[in-house]
Design a protein around this ligand. Structure first.
Ligand SMILES: Cc1cc2nc3c(=O)[nH]c(=O)nc-3n(C[C@H](O)[C@H](O)[C@H](O)COP(=O)(O)OP(=O)(O)OC[C@H]3O[C@@H](n4cnc5c(N)ncnc54)[C@H](O)[C@@H]3O)c2cc1C
Length: 308
């Protein structure tokens, strides 16, 4: 029986783990990936907005965050695949057969990039699917590309690609781009960029590599094909909450609902970081929430132990 089981080892889960350890709690962290760090592995831009630290990218920040993990008092299991969770009973079953139990659970499972679920999307990974313009744009310099999405991330990536690509076609489902005005204003006069609003991507075409996309406009006309060598998809994120459905209260977009102590609708079950923060997800917010949850748990357990 552990005091705390933390699910997820991104910035939120790691922060909670260090805090729980410092507060003397017996803590186990379960991370499904083989490596810790969560979305930090996908941050190729410099991180200049984390107080006191500047990093060239997410991985460099992770080096700071993970310093001391090996010597810390908490247990950390990577590659830990959870089969089922009973949040009321605080019981967790792993695919490997282990059965775990704790007094408190912290959910720190973050979010994942939304996908279009189109044929070709997975198959062309590394063969024309662009993960990040910051990282991949030299690879696609001189080639025609397509960007799907209309928010900040999509438009920012389109602008980066437009510096090096002869044509960048932005395909957006809505009537207007949702990105901040500053980005949209930079996009409009750019001769390399064409924007199709009220349009969706219906196919990614190619043999060994992306060769074209098929675009369907909402005006009902026949879909048309556009020759491109690269496709970047930025259509938002979705929370990793499948395991917890019907066990804790989720909001309309399936994020975990929490109070100001980061406690969920189930007593002694907490949710921290992006998984419970649909409006302003940040690294600072995630690490701060980890600290808050750990302190609340420590105070509750110490009160229980004094009275018990
Ligand atoms: C391209 C990009 C740029 C960004 N730039 C910035 C920036 O400049 N500044 C900033 O503040 N923020 C930035 N962010 C956002 C920032 O990365 C996130 O806010 C932060 O990583 C959230 O941390 P988290 O721990 O809540 O979630 P995540 O980082 O998503 O980590 C969640 C972890 O939980 C694990 N997990 C999920 N499901 C399970 C499960 N069932 N069992 C076990 N483990 C599980 C995942 O594998 C992952 O390791 C950026 C994000 C991206 C994608």
């Amino acid at each position: 029986m552990h005091d705390v089981i933390i699910i997820g080892a991104g910035p939120a889960g790691l922060s909670a783990a260090f805090w729980c350890d410092e507060l003397g709690l017996d803590t186990l962290v379960l991370e499904q990936a083989e490596q810790i760090g969560g979305q930090l592995h996908r941050v190729y831009n410099p991180v200049n907005n984390y107080l006191g630290l500047k990093a060239r990218n997410g991985r460099e920040l992770l080096e700071h965050f993970s310093a001391g993990v090996e010597d810390a008092g908490f247990d950390l299991w990577t590659g830990a695949e959870i089969e089922s969770v009973d949040l009321r009973a605080k019981k967790i079953a792993l695919r490997s057969g282990e059965r775990l139990q704790s007094i408190a659970v912290i959910v720190a499972t973050g979010v994942r990039a939304r996908t279009l679920n189109l044929p070709g999307e997975k198959e062309f990974a590394g063969k024309g699917m662009i993960d990040s313009a910051t990282r991949d744009r030299d690879l696609f310099a001189g080639q025609d590309v397509c960007v799907v999405g209309g928010g900040d991330a999509a438009v920012e990536n389109a602008l980066l690609l437009a510096d090096v690509c002869p044509t960048v076609t932005v395909v957006h489902r809505g009537r207007k781009l949702r990105a901040r005005r500053e980005f949209v204003e930079r996009l409009q006069p750019n001769h390399a960029v064409t924007v199709f609003t009220e349009s969706v991507l219906t196919r990614i075409i190619g043999t060994d590599h992306v060769e074209a996309v098929e675009i369907q406009r909402k005006d009902g006309l026949k879909p048309f094909q556009l020759a491109v060598r690269g496709v970047l998809i930025r259509i938002g994120v979705e929370p990793n909450t499948e395991l917890f459905r019907e066990q804790v209260e989720l909001d309309q977009k399936s994020y975990v609902a929490v109070n100001s102590e980061h406690e969920t609708s189930v007593s002694m079950v907490f949710a921290i970081g992006d998984v419970s923060n649909p409006t302003a997800p940040t690294i600072s917010g995630a690490t701060g929430a980890g600290a808050t949850a750990a302190k609340v748990i420590a105070a509750r357990l110490s009160a229980q132990r004094m009275h018990g």
